[in-house]
Design a protein around this ligand. Structure first.
Ligand code: UD1
Ligand code: UDP
Length: 357
């Protein structure tokens, strides 16, 4: 069996890493197909270096652009690579334009598609990710649902039960592995932070940062949090958000902007934050796994398991609501179970592929 592992953005590199490691361990025939959707050092190469991942055999150099440009370039480039390589299965992870373009190219060539992190739904079609997830699930042949709730969503949408496998989320494997690589970094010292005496924020979703009023409101909320608790709010700024901060000329004196961090440094910041405020999908999961309270700066989430166990609260984007939810989570006792699996998702996914493809 020959496996094509597709990735293109920061979270895909991180969440595919356990599967890549398992393919290496078993010496399977596989290759990495990178679309180049993310390309800056801090969004791409740093993860290959830190996680010691092999180089991609292909980089499609898709880069930035409109949704149609990105998805179209991914489609064309993936088709060419697949025609050359003839893999038995193309694995995609998550809900980016890389995922949709890759899945569509493979499906049209009658190459099996395996979707890692299948069955997530925010039920908000204004999010580009929601369109990508639904379409990808429905053209996939093997669907790896992280939880039983995700499995139920797929079944309700009419996807045959024999195509769906509940494996947990590979983010748990990635977090466990990160601690094997490096237990402690110097990130707290470098940023002058004390454990549990700072807030951590990440914010990059199109619906939040491309809207000047919404982005401004969220920054006002973070600024008010800084004033209420007299604690630093650290925000590693995603390149999309940096561009928009400059374009809209926004500032938030109480928020400390820093460059995007490597994975292990970021995990350490997450683990030791009093509360994490985010619109990221992966960060909602990681905080749940690490035992750090999370406030999500959106009105919906495709990770409802985090709400159910009490690790996460939806605040939306109104400043008062952000401060209120962060205050509630500051008092949270951190006693929840991790609903995303036992850290063997990568191994299970590779075994299932060997059994069914
Ligand atoms: C994409 C995904 C989003 C995911 C995020 C992970 C889609 C529709 N969106 O959003 O679901 O949460 O990745 O981080 O696929 N840029 C750089 N360097 C880079 C990458 C991007 O400077 O390496 C800048 C460019 O100005 C670009 C902007 O960021 O226009 C947005 O990049 P893009 O890949 O379109 O979307 P993301 O916001 O990264
Ligand atoms: N992350 C990182 N450095 C940072 C911010 C985030 O390594 O400065 C990691 C984080 O640990 C998580 C992933 O990036 O695993 C989440 O990616 P992102 O928020 O960009 O995308 P999303 O999960 O929303 O699709």
């Amino acid at each position: 069996m020959k496996i094509a592992i597709m990735l293109g953005t920061r979270p895909e590199i991180i969440k595919m890493s356990p599967i890549i490691r398992e393919c290496e361990r078993l010496r399977l025939e596989y290759f990495i197909l990178h679309t180049g959707q993310h390309y800056s050092y801090s969004m791409d190469r740093v993860f290959f270096e830190q996680l010691k991942l092999p180089q991609p055999r292909y980089n499609l150099d898709v880069g930035s652009g409109s949704h149609a440009e990105q998805t179209g370039k991914v489609l064309i480039g993936t088709e060419q690579a697949l025609l050359k390589e003839h893999p038995d299965v193309l694995l995609v992870e998550g809900d980016t334009n890389t995922v949709l373009g890759g899945a569509l190219a493979a499906a049209k060539l009658h190459i099996k598609v395996g979707h890692v992190e299948a069955g997530l739904r925010s039920y908000d079609r204004a999010m580009p990710e929601e369109v990508n997830r639904v379409l990808t699930d429905h053209c996939s042949d093997v669907l790896f649902a992280p939880t039983e709730q995700a499995q139920q969503i797929l079944l309700k949408e009419g996807i045959p039960a024999e195509k769906i496998f509940v494996t947990g989320n590979t983010i748990v494997d990635a977090v466990h592995h990160a601690y094997l690589v490096e237990k402690h970094t110097r990130v707290l010292e470098e940023l002058g932070l004390k454990k549990h005496e700072y807030f951590l924020a990440t914010l990059h979703r199109q619906e939040n940062v491309d809207d000047p009023y919404r982005f401004r409101d969220i920054l006002r909320g973070l600024d008010a949090l800084n004033k209420k608790y007299d604690l630093p709010v650290i925000y590693p700024v995603h390149p999309r958000s940096l561009k928009k901060l400059e374009e809209f000329q926004l500032d938030a004196p109480g928020v400390t902007l820093v460059d995007p961090l490597d994975f292990i440094g970021f995990l350490e910041l997450e683990q030791n934050a009093r509360v994490v405020l985010t619109d990221s999908g992966g960060v909602q999961e990681e905080t749940c796994v690490l035992g750090t309270p999370c406030v999500t700066l959106r009105t919906s989430t495709e990770r409802p398991e985090t709400l159910a166990v009490g690790s996460n609260l939806l605040a939306g984007t109104i400043p008062e609501s952000i401060v209120e939810c962060a205050s509630v989570m500051c008092a949270n006792k951190k006693a929840w179970g991790n609903p995303f699996g036992d850290g063997t998702a990568g191994k299970q996914i590779v075994q299932i592929l060997r059994d069914v493809v």
